[in-house]
Design a protein around this ligand. Structure first.
Ligand code: PMP
Length: 399
């Protein structure tokens, strides 16, 4: 057979993260690469009990096909959680998705066509970039500082490129860990509203904040919502419960949600009935907020350990900011050091990280890297950073 693939398939670059994860699986390499939560803190008993309740209460019907929009009691429960965070939405403004990854994919399919322009933070989440680029969308990076996108560059690029959408992760971004100021959130919203540009706000990490009292208003909450909103907001239970349930959701204007539901029928009819029912039972019988607080405390401790290790003299030429939440340190090596080359040395020494290059929509900075601090226990993290320091020495000796 002469297999001839579609332009979408041709647009799919193999992801560095996936290649590295393959490399590190089943051997002694310490991986600071993936964005994985800590397995020790998975609420395994609560998940088991939730599934038992599903079978006990739902019987065979829990194994049946379900609604494309998602399991109604779960959608109502999520509306209640969002209301507790000050955002009032109705189930008809919500689509349950197979992870928030699918929400990004579905919105891209129904809202953007090949040749359209999307503005993003640069760097940004690489699996979102994959979707945009494979779909033939022109992805343009907007300049930013620690507080988020620069409003004058945003304005210039809105005028120059006439984009249809802006994709942002304003709270603990992947890979940078950055948090946008409220002023920039409002600025983005105002500019997008006046230019009729949709915002996709991706918020998988917002609840993983190290200061439980800090408030980071979602851009969605700052807009009129949900009807006629300029913002579609997506989040997930992957970081707060477990990723294996593959359950995320997206909320916004009911016309957009209805289009996405039609697209979802074409993709997978609906997300797993069983998983959604289990999540519903878990929310009803398990103190998820207390669990989230436990994770915050543990991840803060792990972040602080990585911070103290990075403060060692061996890493004195690395630049980074202390993250206030999320899962990553984003670090900058001196100009001229290629993190992809450093990775080769690191893997030889037995540690992996993600080079920053793939997170850039354009003009990649090859001297950047992302380190995950949530998945590795204290002992392994110390060994991992020792190995990273050795790799840096080996790299410098080799050039
Ligand atoms: N958005 C961002 C920024 C992410 O980092 C991730 C997962 N790493 C996702 C979306 C997708 O998460 P999920 O599909 O598990 O909900």
């Amino acid at each position: 057979m002469n297999y001839t693939f579609s332009s979408f398939a041709h647009g799919l670059k193999s992801s560095a993260v996936r290649d590295i994860l393959k490399l590190t699986q089943g051997n002694s390499i310490i991986s600071l690469a993936g964005g994985l939560p800590a397995e020790n803190y998975f609420p395994i008993d609560a998940v088991r009990e939730a599934f038992e309740r599903v079978f006990a209460e739902g019987g065979k019907s829990s194994l049946q096909y379900g609604l494309t929009e998602g399991y109604s009691p779960l959608r109502e429960a999520i509306c209640k959680r969002m209301a507790a965070q000050g955002v009032s939405v109705k189930p008809e403004n919500m689509l349950m998705t197979t992870g928030s990854q699918q929400a990004i994919y579905l919105l891209t399919r129904v809202y953007l066509s090949a040749g359209d322009v999307i503005l993003v933070e640069n760097p940004t989440y690489l699996a979102a970039l994959q979707i945009f680029k494979a779909s033939g969308i022109q992805v343009v990076g907007v300049e930013a500082d620690q507080d988020g996108m620069l409003m004058d560059d945003l304005e210039a690029k809105l005028n120059r490129y006439r984009p249809k959408m802006v994709y942002v992760t304003p709270t603990f971004a992947n890979p940078t860990g950055k948090v946008w100021s409220t002023e920039r959130r409002k600025g983005l919203l105002a500019q997008c509203r006046s230019n009729n540009v949709l915002i996709l706000e991706d918020d998988p990490y917002g609840e993983i904040k190290f200061d439980a009292n800090a408030t980071y208003p979602s851009i969605f909450s700052l807009d009129e919502h949900p009807e006629d909103s300029a913002v579609l907001y997506t989040s997930t239970f992957s970081k707060t419960v477990v990723p294996a349930l593959r359950t995320g959701w997206i909320v916004g204007d009911s016309r957009v949600i209805a289009q996405m539901a039609k697209a979802k029928q074409a993709v997978d009819l609906h997300s797993s009935t069983l998983d959604q029912q289990a999540l519903y039972q878990l929310l009803a019988h398990f103190d998820l907020d207390a669990h989230i607080q436990t994770i915050r405390d543990e991840y803060r401790t792990r972040m602080q350990l990585m911070k103290s290790l990075l403060q060692d003299a061996r890493f004195s030429d690395l630049r980074w900011d202390e993250p206030q939440g999320g899962m990553f340190f984003w670090a900058m090596l001196p100009e001229g050091i290629d993190a992809s080359e450093l990775l080769k040395k690191a893997v030889e020494k037995g540690v992996a990280f993600v080079p920053g290059v793939d997170f850039y929509a354009e003009n990649p900075r090859r001297n950047t890297l992302r380190l995950n601090f949530t998945h590795t226990d204290n002992a392994s993290m110390k060994i991992g950073l020792d190995r990273l320091a050795e790799a840096l020495v080996a790299y410098k000796q080799s050039v």
